[in-house]
Design a protein around this ligand. Structure first.
Ligand code: LMR
Length: 397
């Protein structure tokens, strides 16, 4: 029955993370996957999350199915977090939000919706982008193409080329944009560049699809929602998939959401209906435990304050690791400019290392990063950063 199947080559990120777990070396370093590790190399369980869970346990509620669209408290909390409680689009009811199975679940539900209701539309993703963006949209039957983004020469954005490419897209094309902390490069658009993009998106009648997986890891929780709020202010119709995996350190809870900003409340209701149909056909309804955590942490004042402090501390630790990596590499290789480690934002940096150099790092030094040269800076700590920098310096010609 199944002998004709092609073997699965494995996912470039998840398979590497599994290979790391199996590596017996005691001094190995995991910079492969986008997970925040604390200075002791552990995935933290935030106290606010523990407290939310303790409350849930004490309440001892039943565990019914959630509605298809998820828990009402979480959906409202997500809208307020992303857009601000007082945003006119929130008040007008022209945003519809669904709790989804991680933001990946949201991205996929949105992709299926686009295939069904905008059947001629293709999606354009940044070059490069998170590998799974292509896989998900292609999996939904949506054609995927790229727009220029990363400038290897400067370690910044090829904004003019990006704008020119977007200016040529057919109407109703979907433009996938990383709202902050671009994955894999760590290179973000500036507020001024976002503002330049908005009229273009409107004139070309394009459909922006924002991916907001690292809110709080860039410049701050509200600051990282800049693009989301700007697009909502401008009256554009758009999608935004957001995740709590990193910001609440709840990866396996699959806590995410999908919001669609529509032209009015009636359209939002129509969109909600068809998104519910899409979810029902896929996974029926999302996870109750995730909803309990997110709605409590965002909605209860004490937990919210603690969470904001946790996010600030995680962000500060990553910035400190960026500085250490930069300082050691600059000392080792004084002729080279490693300033991009300081200007790039969020968990990731693009090192410019070739696949062959990445292979050497893994094989000779036990330092794991994906073959594109992306590192997860959040895998560095005071105990391994110097060794990692030395290993990188050794493979750089
Ligand atoms: C990553 O890019 O490493 C993370 O988003 C984890 C994943 O699922 O790929």
């Amino acid at each position: 029955m199944f002998q004709h199947l092609e073997p699965y080559a494995g996912d470039p990120i998840l398979s590497l993370n599994e290979a790391f777990q199996k590596d017996p070396r005691g001094d190995k370093v995991n910079l492969s996957i986008g997970i925040y590790f604390d200075n002791d190399g552990r995935i933290p369980v935030l106290q606010c999350v523990r407290d939310a869970e303790a409350k849930m346990l004490a309440e001892g509620g039943a565990k019914p199915y959630l509605p298809i669209e998820g828990a009402g408290a979480m959906r409202t909390a997500v809208q307020h977090l992303l857009f601000g409680t007082e945003h006119p689009a929130v008040k007008a009811g022209r945003i519809t939000t669904l709790q989804t199975v991680g933001s990946s679940g949201g991205l996929k539900v949105g992709a299926d919706f686009i295939k069904r209701w905008l059947p001629g539309s293709g999606v354009w993703i940044s070059d490069p982008s998170w590998d799974n963006h292509r896989a998900m949209f292609e999996g939904s039957g949506v054609a995927v193409q790229t727009y220029p983004y990363y400038d290897a020469a400067t370690g910044g954005v090829r904004f003019d080329a990006m704008r020119e490419a977007i200016d040529k897209l057919p109407p109703r094309s979907v433009v996938l944009l990383h709202a902050c902390c671009h994955n894999p490069t760590g290179v973000d658009l500036s507020p001024a560049q976002w503002r330049e993009l908005v009229p273009l998106l409107r004139q070309r009648e394009l459909l922006p699809y924002l991916d907001l997986a690292y809110q709080g890891y860039g410049d701050g929780i509200a600051e990282d929602a800049y693009a989301v709020r700007l697009l909502a202010d401008s009256g554009l119709t758009f999608f935004v998939a957001n995740s709590f995996s990193k910001s609440m350190s709840v990866y396996g809870e699959r806590a995410g959401a999908l919001s669609v900003v529509c032209s009015d409340a009636a359209e939002a209701e129509l969109v909600l209906g068809q998104l519910k149909a899409t979810v029902r056909r896929n996974y029926s309804s999302p996870a109750i435990h995730a909803a309990g955590i997110v709605s409590r942490v965002l909605g209860e004042a004490g937990l919210r304050t603690a969470w904001e402090a946790d996010v600030a501390a995680m962000r500060a630790r990553i910035l400190a690791m960026r500085s250490s990596l930069h300082a050691t590499l600059t000392a080792k290789k004084p002729g080279r400019d490693f300033g991009y480690f300081l200007s790039q934002r969020g968990m990731f940096s693009y090192t410019g290392l070739s696949a062959a150099q990445v292979d050497r790092l893994r094989e000779e030094f036990g330092v794991y990063l994906i073959r594109s040269g992306r590192i997860c800076v959040a895998g560095l700590n005071t105990g391994n950063v110097e060794r990692t920098a030395n290993a990188m310096a050794a493979v750089i010609a």
